[in-house]
Structure formats: C-alpha cells, structure tokens
Write a protein that binds this ligand. Structure first.
Ligand SMILES: [Zn+2]
Length: 589
C-alpha cells in the first residue's frame, strides 16, 4: 500500500467513515436521544458515560474526558499512529490512496526496491516449499520438531530450508525467468571469484525470512543445523535491508504487542519462535546485531513498556546495558529480565513454562536499577566502584528529555549510589549545554524573521498549533483542554492528532520525530514546518499567549460540552435524572 496520503483523501475518509459503525465494533452502543451511548473502553466504566454523536462524528466520555473524532478513536483503541488509522479507514471504506507522483529517479529507485523485495519473496517461498516437501529437508524437519516448533509457526513465519547445493536457488530462479544479476543484488546469490556466474549464498541452512515493518520480505536469515561455521548467516545489507533498522517479528507481532500493552525484546529468531510456541507473541528480536536507536524508534509507536529478555551470560548483560539509553532517550519505560546464567529465553521457557517466565517478567527491575546493580557488582561498592557506576548511569540519565522524569531519576540514582544530587546535576548540565542549546537557538533564529502568514486556516486555531510547536512543554495543558473536541479546520485537527499521538507515545513532542512521522502526509508535514516557522518566541509573549490561548480553549471546550450535554437532555428520563450530568450542566453555565 502507498505510504503517501494527500489531504483530499483525508477529507474523503473523514466524510465516508461513520464513527458509530467504527466505535460500534468495539463498544456496544445504544441510542439515547440524538446520541449513542455505551461503556467507555478507556476507563473502568459502570454507567454508560461514553457518548457518540453521529451528527458531529465525534465521541466523548464524561467519565475520563477522552474524546475526538474517528481517527482519534482508532488511534487510542488500536494503538495506531495517525497515518495507520487513516489507512485502515481508507481500506475499510474502499478509498484508494493514490501513488505519489514520482520523479523519474524516484520511480527508478522504487522499481528497484520492488524488484529486490519480490526476489526475496520468491526465494523465501522456494525455501518454504522445500521444508514442507523436499526429501533433502528431512533432517531440518526433524530438527524443528525437536525444538518443538509447531506447523502453524513454521507456516506463519514462512520458515524454509536451503538444500545443501550450490545451484538450488539458481535453478529455481532460472525456471521462473528471474534475473540472476538482480538476485545477486538482493544478496541471495554470490558472484564467483572467476567473475563468471553465481552460486547460492544459503546452502544447508534453515531459512528465516526477515520482514520489514510493512510485511515485505527484505532479507533472509540462515541457521546451520548442527555445528558449523558461521552458525548464523544473514543477507548482506542491500538497498532494502538495513540490519540496524529491521527487527525480526515486528511485522507479525505488532498487533499482539499493542494488545498486550507491553513488548519483549529478545536476541534472535530462535528465541522469538520458541516463545511463540507458548503463545507469547508480544515479542521482537534483533538479528545478531546490537539494538540501535533506530530499532527502538520502531518500537516507540507500539507501546510504552518494554522488557529486554536477554541471555543471562556476560554478553547478554552487556547488550542490555548498551541498549538502555535509547529507551530512556525516547521516553519509553524499560525493564531488564535477567535469566539464570545458563539460560536463554528458549531453554528457560521450555523447561519452566509460560507462567514462570511471566512471573519472572513481573519481578524484573527497571533499566536504571539494572545498570546500577550491574555497575556495583562489577566495579565494587567502594567509592571508586561507585564513581565508575555513576559514570555508566549518567549516560542513561543524560538523554532523558522530560524534566520531571529526569529529576525523579536523578534523585533515585543519588540515593542509591550515595552521591549528592547537585553533583549529578552539575555533570548532566555540563554535557547538556553543548548539545541542546545550539539547536534551540537555531530554531529560534529561523523563526524570528517569519511572520504568521495568512492562510485558509482559522487564525486562532493556527496560532494555537504553532504555539504548541514552539512550546511543546505545554502539550499536556492543551491535551487536557480537549482540543480533539473542537478543532474545526480539518488539516489542523489532523496535525494535532499526529502531535498528540507522538506526545502520548513518547512523553514529549520532538519536532524532528514529528516530521519523520508525517513523511507519508506531505501536506501535513509542510503545514507543520510552516506553522513552527511562523512562531516567533518573544520571551515576554509566552505568558500572555499562554493565558489567551488557554482562555480561548476553555471557551471552545465548554461550548462543545454544553452542546453534548444539551443533546443528552433530549434523551430518556433515566439519563436526565443523572446527577453527574446535572452537575456538569451547572458547571458549564
Ligand atoms: Zn472514559
């Protein structure tokens, strides 16, 4: 599916989508006056306080204050990003998202990518048929059986077998009329030293197709059955495969991760598949490389709670320590599960079972405590040991961007290591000033010249969004003010939706990340860039603007709420008798 969504498609989707239908799939609704009401899915609700207006195409909960349009509902309910919610609805209502008009260079690159992906797919399917039917795969089938892999895991993950031959895949590609030159580019074949012809890269190996986030086969992993070298062999990096971005299982398991609200990171495909045997599906795996910041960025949109389930040996501990700063930087909560030293997730879950693993997960300490504990264990508890531990822990604290979280964590570390908080802050501030200040200054310098341009947008709403892009620390204030309910300019509302999603997933609004996320929606990206440039941050204006905008928001919010409440009054008597509702009406006057 296309990754480009023009503004008019957004509008078509909004027009076609019926919020009652969409909500109705998750929440039983019954008619009440002009609205539909039900039990709120976002907070424990005993009396129906969740109301849906078909007329206005919005939902609102009087219990927890959650509200917004159909995109917001899906984002919140399914943990989707804004773009994913738009795509899901477009799909459902048969609205076609057109291909982005491409330059000829883009077009060429696009065709190349598609070709590499389809070759990888052809190879994966060929190897998969081998493992199901080829007589040469009997050892492989016996091996998978001995590891307890069920047939639906084998078919779900399209596991395969490369026969131990130099030309197994080559012959298959030839019969299919596929290009051997391109298959070499895809990393499936290797050029002969003589320069003439190719041979199969994967021979005598179990094959694990590696999918990107959207489910395209971008590479293959191969594991030898018995002893041999190398034990693991993956496709080399190609235009479609970058191993420091791709996570094994992400495409297949992202739904399970969202549903569980927490995810496990393990160190390899065998661990992931072993857990799948026990119906533990909220898992992704790295591919024999360290976890990178790009990897963690992929995880950020799915849920906030992550558990690193790494091997209990020294290498596993080291890998976990290296990965922690990325989670803290991206404002995710991370814990580290330490398995007994001789175990990996596969051996542990096979011996002890699912419940034992989950019980162990529940006791896993935070990443920060893990780092402290590991430091003290390896450097010692004397002053010098505690100093070296502090050094390690500072690299985790440094990138934390939320000031409240940072302050709490610094206090915690100070107490645990017996260091004065002030000393920690001194160290943190020294390294801070060099990196962050120039960025802020640059942004401000860019924006001072610009003035708010007249656009089709409602000026007040545009001003509000551009204020938030300039002062993201007020996101929470305005989230609470219920912008979802009343922003009327569709493009601004959509931009706000993307901002609030990023904010709720990562705990802050980082503009480069926002622009990244809006890549598929060029109109919104341009709008965000324009609005953030429009914002002139005169320091003496901040408070005045803030209080003006707050007052404006409260006014708009109250109007919408009053409208909703009045709607409900036309509902049957039992609702009118609702004491809470009456109290709300009084408050709104
Ligand atoms: Zn609620």
């Amino acid at each position: 599916m296309s990754s480009y969504i023009p503004e008019d498609v957004l509008r078509n989707v909004l027009e076609a989508a019926n919020i009652r239908q969409v909500v109705g799939e998750f929440v039983p609704l019954k008619k009440s006056g002009r609205n539909w009401i039900g039990l709120c899915p976002f907070h424990p609700d005993k009396d129906p306080s969740f109301s849906v207006s078909e007329e206005k195409q919005i939902f609102h909960c009087f219990g927890c204050g959650e509200g917004g349009d159909v995109f917001k509902f899906l984002m919140k309910m399914q943990g989707m990003s804004f773009v994913e919610a738009v795509k899901a609805l477009a799909n459902r209502y048969g609205i076609i998202i057109p291909e982005r008009p491409r330059s000829s260079r883009d077009q060429k690159r696009h065709m190349e990518t598609e070709e590499l992906v389809s070759l990888n797919l052809a190879a994966a399917e060929f190897y998969h048929r081998n493992i199901l039917h080829s007589p040469e795969a009997s050892d492989a089938r016996a091996y998978l059986e001995s590891r307890g892999l069920k047939s639906d895991t084998i078919s779900g993950f399209r596991l395969g077998w490369a026969n131990d031959r130099w030309d197994g895949l080559i012959n298959h590609l030839k019969t299919e009329g596929l290009s051997l030159d391109r298959a070499e580019k895809a990393g499936l074949l290797v050029s002969r030293k003589s320069g003439k012809g190719y041979y199969d890269r994967f021979r005598g190996r179990l094959i694990f197709p590696i999918l990107d986030r959207s489910g395209k086969v971008v590479a293959l992993g191969g594991r030898i059955l018995e002893d041999g070298h190398p034990k693991y062999l993956n496709s080399p990096e190609t235009p479609v495969y970058n191993k420091s971005r791709v996570l094994y299982g992400l495409s297949q398991n992202k739904g399970a991760i969202r549903r569980a609200g927490k995810g496990y990171v393990v160190e390899g495909y065998m661990d992931l598949l072993a857990l799948a045997q026990f119906n533990i599906d909220q898992v992704v795996a790295t591919l024999g490389t360290a976890l990178t910041e790009d990897h963690v960025k992929q995880l950020r949109g799915l849920c906030k709670d992550w558990i690193l389930v790494f091997d209990g040996d020294a290498a596993g501990v080291k890998a976990a320590l290296r990965a922690l700063p990325f989670f803290y930087k991206l404002n995710l909560r991370v814990r580290v599960l330490v398995l007994p030293a001789e175990d990996d997730p596969d051996s542990f879950v096979r011996r002890e079972g699912k419940e034992a693993l989950e019980a162990l997960v529940d006791t896993a300490g935070t990443g920060l405590d893990f780092a402290i504990q590991q430091g003290l264990a390896s450097y010692g508890k004397d002053p010098e040991g505690r100093f070296r531990t502090t050094e390690d822990v500072l690299s985790i604290l440094q990138p934390v961007s939320d000031p409240v979280r940072k302050s709490l964590l610094v206090g915690h570390v100070a107490q645990k290591l017996g260091v004065r908080e002030e000393s920690l802050w001194e160290r943190l501030n020294v390294s801070n000033s060099s990196t962050i200040v120039p960025n802020i200054r640059k942004r401000y310098e860019l924006s001072v010249e610009a003035k708010i341009r007249k656009g089709p947008e409602n000026r007040a709403e545009a001003k509000l969004i551009s204020f938030l892009l300039g002062y993201p620390q007020y996101m929470k204030t305005f989230l609470d003010a219920g912008l979802d309910l009343w922003l009327e300019v569709p493009s601004l509302r959509n931009l706000w939706m993307a901002m609030s999603h990023l904010y709720s997933m990562s705990g802050n609004l980082n503009l480069p990340d926002l622009y990244d996320q809006l890549e598929p929606v060029p109109e919104l990206r341009t709008l965000a860039l324009r609005l953030s440039a429009n914002f002139a941050p005169f320091e003496d204006m901040e408070e005045k603007m803030l209080s003006d905008l707050k007052r404006y928001c409260e006014d708009r919010r109250n109007k919408v709420l009053r409208w909703n409440v009045l709607e409900q009054i036309k509902a049957p008597a039992e609702i009118v008798d609702d004491e809470d509702l009456l109290r709300q009406i009084l408050q709104l006057r």
